[in-house]
Design a binder for this molecule. Sequence first.
Ligand code: 5GP
Ligand code: ZN
Length: 113
Amino acid sequence: MPSKDCIFCKIANKEFNTEFVVETEDYVSFKDLSPQAPVHALVIPKQHFASLNEMKDAELMGKLLQGARETAEKLGVGDNYRVVINTGEKAGQSVFHMHVHVLGGRAMHWPPG
Ligand code: 5GP
Ligand code: ZN
């Protein structure tokens, strides 16, 4: 269900000239608009999935994790970073195009709020 109103589909389609940290044929990563840590980027599949729950392709899911690792490395936090996937509104998901958060550059707390 690619949505013409989906902001992340538009970013992946280069409609906003977003600077990508990493781009492959399957995904892109870019800096979060409202960073929650000194380094905060998002990895998104180019194909639209509303959430992790809609993804069935394990290979693509693995590629997104590789993308998270490479994004952390490129942004200089490859030794200490957190990967987060909010799934569902109550879990904090606000954009319904699946995305992987990559956070780093500061000490992280556990458990997350
Ligand atoms: P969620 O709350 O769904 O897990 O994460 C959505 C994230 O997308 C938030 O961290 C928010 O700051 C980020 N975001 C929302 N709209 C945009 C945008 O247009 N550009 C960028 N770079 N990030 C966005
Ligand atoms: Zn989308």
